[in-house]
Ligand binder design. Structure first.
Ligand code: 13P
Length: 288
């Protein structure tokens, strides 16, 4: 199967009351491990690429070429979308050119009018090429790629205006944050989620900061219109833990631990297993 835009898989999830996982990828190991996990879980998947990860992999074109080639070489049959995560205006345009099948334009740090105008332009450009678009209203808290934004509750009226532009799915702040949740985190704001859901006329919603939210809260959010859940930190944590354990187990002493293919395997296997767990939790397992 060729890679697809995220529209159909998300609309199906919205109708079927589950969520498509959006797993961030950082390098070749991540791409292979996430695809293996979602193929095993028979789940559709969105591969999220931050602008920082794109730079790390030497550019969006490298990412698109590499993901396509790995996808084909692995014989992946579940629906896969390649998606820019938290893109700038220029970044979204670059990914549309580079062969991504989905982009997020995050204009939440602009004034609302500017966010609206820029979102409109990206939506028109992406849709002219069959590419899906996510936009954001109300910043998601926490730190990502070194950029920190204060958590915000999105304004339902602004959500309604952006939804009416024809965006395919909408990220709206409901108390969620990127990275590790602090011990005193208040949880998701379901009252605001309900107001947003009422305002957006059936538009699928996106939950960012999916690592570490208790699954009961994720499930409740899914019943209230969330159809895509983003996960990054959780995969980084399991990768780092498995790699550390492998090194600490002293296998290097055998003289083989310096081989990167061996050194990175436990971490990659841990990512694959975590993806399967998340697909089960989000209800996307078996939905490919
Ligand atoms: P976490 O790193 O908290 O899982 O958030 C991921 C995310 O929302 C990417 O946009």
């Amino acid at each position: 199967m060729v890679m697809v835009s995220a529209t159909e898989m998300i609309n199906k999830a919205h109708e079927g009351h589950y969520a498509v996982p959006a797993f961030n990828i950082n390098d070749l190991e991540w791409i292979k491990a996430v695809l293996a996990g979602c193929q095993q879980a028979e789940s559709p998947v969105i591969l999220g690429v931050s602008e920082g990860a794109g730079k790390y992999m030497t550019g969006f074109k490298t990412v698109a070429d590499m993901v396509r080639d790995v996808h084909d070489a692995m014989g992946i049959t579940v629906p896969v979308a390649l998606h820019l995560d938290h893109g700038t205006f220029e970044g979204a345009k670059a990914c549309i050119e580079a062969g991504f099948t989905s982009v997020m334009f995050d204009g939440s740090h602009y004034g609302f009018e500017e966010n609206l105008e820029k979102s409109k332009e990206i939506i028109a450009l992406a849709h002219s090429k069959g590419i899906s678009v996510e936009c954001e209203v109300g910043g998601i808290g926490g730190t990502e790629d070194g950029v920190t934004s204060a958590g915000e509750l999105a304004d339902p009226k602004e959500c309604a205006t952006i939804a009416a532009l024809g965006v395919d799915f909408l990220a709206a702040g409901i108390g969620n944050i990127h990275g590790i949740y602090p011990a005193n985190w208040q949880g998701l704001n379901f009252e605001r989620l309900q107001e947003i859901q009422d305002a957006v006329n059936g538009k699928p919603l996106v939950l960012h900061g999916g690592s570490g939210i208790p699954f009961e809260q994720v499930h409740k959010a899914i019943t209230m219109g969330v159809s895509k859940v983003n996960v990054n930190t959780e995969l980084q944590l399991v990768f780092a833990k498995a790699t550390r354990e492998y090194i600490e187990a002293g296998k290097d002493k055998e003289g083989k631990g310096y081989d990167p293919r061996k050194l990175l395997k436990p971490g990659a296997d841990a990512i694959t297993a975590q993806c399967v767990t998340m697909c089960e939790a989000f209800g996307s397992k078996g939905k490919a």
